[in-house]
Design a protein around this ligand. Structure first.
Ligand SMILES: [Zn+2]
Length: 391
């Protein structure tokens, strides 16, 4: 007997080239079979999801879930298992002086899996601005905390913003890189100076220091320090970084996603790898809303459903280094499943500059399976639920 069959949905699993009606069988928290017409009598529980999409558990590779410490942090499960997302990467909400609460209070109390990137600023994002002096960084303690918490921490996060860059310049991301290499983890760097103050050409110094496996986040930012120069051209270091194996994440957030910048980047041949929210409490209410709405925005930009699913499952699993167990329905992987519905409509999608695109389909979460446990989707972030604005 299986513990669970997710039955009759359209399974899209880019890691195996699957796109068609299939059943997914789960036992002991693992995927044990993907096949059409598995007899329902063979399972203790059957979820009939005919008419819906069934994809490997969505991985949101840039979020903020240090609820109660970082003032804008979201309660993980609201943006996680109750929103169709099975794994959230916390991108630098905590630093070496504040990380301790994560494994004690956040991770064990969340059904959603949480993977942390430790901010190079010792207090993380508990206070703003994050770095306001060289003493905001404690390199030794950052290396120590990251090294001692390898089961929770997959990387070091740095933010290319003012005043950190005005005070420290490139020493700041170099310190973050050193911490990452000494702890044996990845480096994730936020690009785009939300204060609009620092030299926009800083990107050309930053990208060459990023190595294979490191992650650039906010690729479509319109703020100074993004990958498009003043003449509208893609800086050559961006494609060079991608060719080297640097992961490119798009993290929408409240101030770092422009359809026009994204289109210019795509027109010049640079493809991002990951879709993510940069979810915060105000972002969930006002601009980002949800992972499924982010995916809808990429559909509206002309990406195919297969591409959008790849960028929300297989690619982020590889970017974070958890593809041995997540991001795929291969037999033996962790039983993380996202069931999504496609809603027909005349949908209007906004970026952070107020520019919009339209699309005739919107994605919304239905039910989520995490390590074999079933979670119904909650009420969405809008007064009317999960759907975007109507045109
Ligand atoms: Zn962020």
């Amino acid at each position: 007997m299986y513990d669970l069959i997710v039955k009759g949905g359209t399974v899209i699993d880019p890691s195996q080239g699957l796109n068609g009606v299939n059943d997914v069988a789960v036992e002991d928290g693992k995927i044990v079979r993907v096949a059409p017409d598995i007899p329902p009598e063979e399972a203790t529980r059957v979820l009939d999801v005919a008419g819906n999409l069934v994809v490997p558990g969505l991985i949101d590779v840039h979020t903020h879930v240090y609820d109660g410490v970082n003032g804008n942090g979201v309660e993980a499960d609201i943006g996680g298992v109750r929103a169709g997302v099975t794994t959230m990467v916390d991108a630098g909400s905590s630093g070496c002086d504040t990380f301790g609460g994560f494994p004690r209070h956040i991770i064990p109390n969340s059904a959603t899996e949480i993977i942390c990137f430790l901010h190079i600023c010792r207090t993380g994002l508990a206070t703003t601005p994050d770095i306001f002096s060289p003493a905001s960084i404690d390199l030794d303690k950052t290396i120590q905390v990251a090294s001692e918490n390898g089961q929770f921490i997959s990387g070091i996060k740095a933010r290319m913003v003012s005043p950190a860059l005005e005070i420290m310049g490139m020493e700041m991301p170099r310190a973050a890189k050193r911490a990452a290499r000494e702890a044996g983890v990845k480096l994730m760097v936020h690009i785009g100076d939300t204060e609009h103050r620092y030299d926009p050409n800083v990107i050309r110094e930053l990208l060459p220091i990023m190595e294979e496996g490191d992650i650039v986040t906010h690729l479509f930012t319109a703020n100074p320090g993004g990958v498009i120069d003043a003449n509208g051209n893609l800086v050559p270091e961006a494609q060079e970084a991608r060719d080297r194996g640097v992961w490119l994440d798009t993290a929408h957030g409240r101030s770092n996603f422009s359809f026009d910048v994204g289109q210019r980047i795509l027109d010049q041949g640079l493809m991002p790898h990951c879709i993510s929210t940069d979810l915060t409490l105000p972002g969930r209410q006002r601009t980002v809303h949800s992972m499924t709405e982010m995916m809808t925005r990429f559909l509206a930009m002309g990406f195919t459903m297969e591409q959008v699913v790849t960028m929300s499952t297989m690619n982020p699993a590889q970017a974070v280094g958890v593809d041995d167990r997540l991001g795929s329905f291969q037999v033996g992987k962790q039983a993380d499943v996202s069931v999504l519905r496609e809603e027909e409509g005349d949908w209007l999608l906004y970026d952070v500059l107020g520019n919009s695109r339209t699309h005739d389909k919107a994605l919304a979460p239905v039910v989520t399976v995490k390590r074999g446990e079933v979670y119904e989707a909650g009420w969405g972030p809008r007064p009317w639920g999960w759907e975007p604005d109507r045109a």
